[in-house]
Ligand binder design. Structure first.
Ligand code: PEP
Ligand code: MG
Length: 585
């Protein structure tokens, strides 16, 4: 921390570029419960407001129950049991009566009354030291959370209507929060915690928002309205800079913009190496508003459409029709270019409130019930998604991609569901993709990379997810800033898994691409191409830089250098050999 020319903090730069503007400090905690006294004449209205929140909660649970009935086996029973218990709590239970009393007798606002009543019930349960009651107290907390969401007029953070040019400052931003940031209004963001490789960073890069995380002493040193500089390239944040410092950053920002403009001429030229090898460059997309920038940057298609963002920031799960409308729009706007739609990859740091309990509850969310495991457990989720994808496929070229595959039986099960859903739709006279879209799998679990030969027998293509592959291979949480310095996709173990996967795909004659963040880093292009990768999918802002690198690259030479690099046993040595090669360009 330094105070010359403004307060300077060092963090992790996660999305390049420079933002300069007034700060908007997001109050920490997804739900800040307001506490205040109400007047005697406000009691009736406050109780009405509470009843409305209860009624809304009952409606939400009824919708979830309806969905639960379409599930299979024990999953349906489990969920139904939970939902019934939750609805009972909203029907004249101690919780409801207790809140009414607090509003009436203590003249508390409804939010505070809910929060205090829940706190009292949970405390009473835990005093009894009984494991059954301990479980029930979790239910009471969940119902309380639902009521608070319903009571607070803006259930999701008020990040949607900021003044243009604002720099968002927060303790933490989840991927769901980040998805609400509108690049036309937000210049960039900085948070006190967070890791470089989690989905908040991925979204920032996709939206082109300069961002810094893990800027430790941020909060307490900045208030809304302060002038803030965020340098996402170096990880520097300056609060209330003097005119001299701000001038330096303004000039730097101007240079970066100029460099980006200079690369624009590459938009319509192909990514062909000096020795005439063509590399496919596709975009990773999370939100529909990223389609135009993807085309603008010259992406030839979408290599990864992360559907989980359709499920975030809402109370209910999107049904087949809603998903279809959304996906068909994406496919149509891509006008015949390939669109790779990944099925729901919820879990870990992407936790849709709309999915309720099953997601994120495990002891280790990164290894728990997430992604394809969740879709297969709650079969209707998968059927609805596949139906929507098949129908969207009637509007253009679509591929299906499955996240977090670890065993061949998962691929077989999905293929069966795809075929069954296709038959049902055809029987009903609904237009779907013809032929059926290919089914590919993410290779992002080390075991899947090592089993790539057998998985290739059931997969139409591989997409290597280096973000999770690095995390699981090195046992480094991609979202944990304390170990961020150890997170390194150039670790020889990760590179060998990529090499192994690529060779297995070649043996099976199927396509293979990389869609992890490594694909969008032009310093990594030579080694990926040298390992045999011929398609890369990335945040679209990376396409021009990677294309420029490819056009300067001799692939035969890249292969030769990669062979030497693969003999190294140290990530530092790998990086410096790669730097040497890159410096020749
Ligand atoms: C990956 O893990 O590399 C990947 C592309 O998937 P995600 O970042 O969405 O987990
Ligand atoms: Mg992944």
């Amino acid at each position: 921390m330094s105070r010359r020319g403004g307060l300077e903090l060092a963090g992790l730069g996660i999305a390049p570029g420079i933002a300069i503007g007034p700060a908007y400090v997001v109050e920490s905690g997804a739900l800040e419960v307001p506490v205040h006294e109400i007047g005697k004449d406000q009691v009736a209205a406050e109780i009405d407001r509470f009843h409305e929140a209860v009624a809304r909660g009952r409606d939400q649970l009824a919708v979830l129950s309806q969905k639960a009935r379409t599930l299979h086996g024990s999953a349906a029973e489990e969920l139904e049991y939970l939902l019934v218990a939750h609805s009972r709590m909203l029907e004249g239970s101690r919780l409801v009566r207790g809140v009414e009393e607090r509003v009436r007798d203590q003249r508390l606002n409804a939010e505070a009354a809910v929060s205090q009543e829940v706190g009292d019930i949970v405390r009473a349960f835990s005093d009894m030291n009984d494991s059954y009651l301990a479980e029930r107290s979790k239910d009471v907390r969940d119902v309380g959370k639902r009521l608070l969401h319903n009571l607070m007029a803006a259930p999701y953070r008020a990040l949607t209507d900021l003044a243009p040019g604002t720099v968002v400052v927060a303790d933490e931003l989840t991927p769901a929060d980040t998805a609400l940031l509108d690049p036309r209004r937000v210049a960039g963001f900085v948070t006190a915690s967070g890791g470089a490789q989690d989905h908040t960073g991925i979204l920032a890069r996709s939206l082109g928002l300069p961002a810094v995380v893990a800027a430790g002493e941020l909060l307490g040193n900045v208030t809304s309205g302060d002038r803030v500089i965020v340098d996402g390239g170096t990880g520097t944040v300056v609060i209330n800079p003097d005119a001299g410092v701000e001038g330096v950053y303004e000039r730097r920002r101007g240079e970066l913009r100029l460099q980006a403009r200079k690369l624009r001429h590459l938009r319509d030229v192909p990514a062909v190496s000096r020795d005439q090898v063509r590399i496919g460059l596709l975009a990773n997309v999370e939100l529909a508003n990223e389609i135009d920038p993807a085309l603008d940057h010259g992406a030839e298609g979408i290599g990864l459409f992360r559907t989980e963002y359709l499920f975030l920031n809402r109370d209910t799960i999107p049904d087949e029709d809603e998903q279809y409308v959304h996906l068909a729009n994406v496919v149509e706007r891509m006008a015949g270019r390939i669109v790779t739609i990944r099925t729901l990859d919820a879990g870990n740091d992407k936790l849709p409130y709309s999915l309720g309990e099953p997601v994120g509850a495990g002891a280790n969310p990164a290894m728990g019930l997430r992604a394809i495991r969740l879709s297969l457990k709650f079969g209707n989720l998968l059927e609805d998604q596949l139906a929507a994808i098949l129908r969207a496929g009637a509007h253009g070229r679509v591929r299906i991609l499955l996240p977090m595959i670890s065993t061949i039986s998962e691929v077989r099960q999905v293929r069966k569901v795809r075929d069954r859903v296709a038959e049902r739709l055809v029987r009903a006279g609904v237009a779907i993709a013809d032929p059926l879209p290919p089914v590919g799998i993410m290779i992002e679990i080390p075991g899947a990379a090592l089993a790539a030969d057998s998985l290739a027998g059931e997969s139409d293509f591989f997409s290597i997810g280096t973000n999770d592959l690095t995390m699981y291979t090195l046992a480094i949480d991609r979202g944990d800033d304390q170990v961020a310095h150890l997170y390194n996709p150039l670790h020889p173990a990760v590179l060998r898994l990529i090499q192994f996967t690529t060779a297995a795909a070649a043996r099976a004659g199927i396509g293979v691409n990389v869609c992890g963040e490594m694909a969008g880093d032009e310093r990594m292009t030579a080694i990926l191409v040298g390992l045999g990768i011929r398609e890369l999918s990335m945040a679209s802002s990376g396409v021009p830089r990677v294309k420029q690198r490819i056009r300067n690259l001799d692939i035969t030479e890249a292969v030769r250098r990669t062979e030497a690099i693969m003999e190294q046993n140290d990530a530092g040595m790998v990086a410096s050999l790669l730097d040497d090669f890159n410096a020749l360009a």
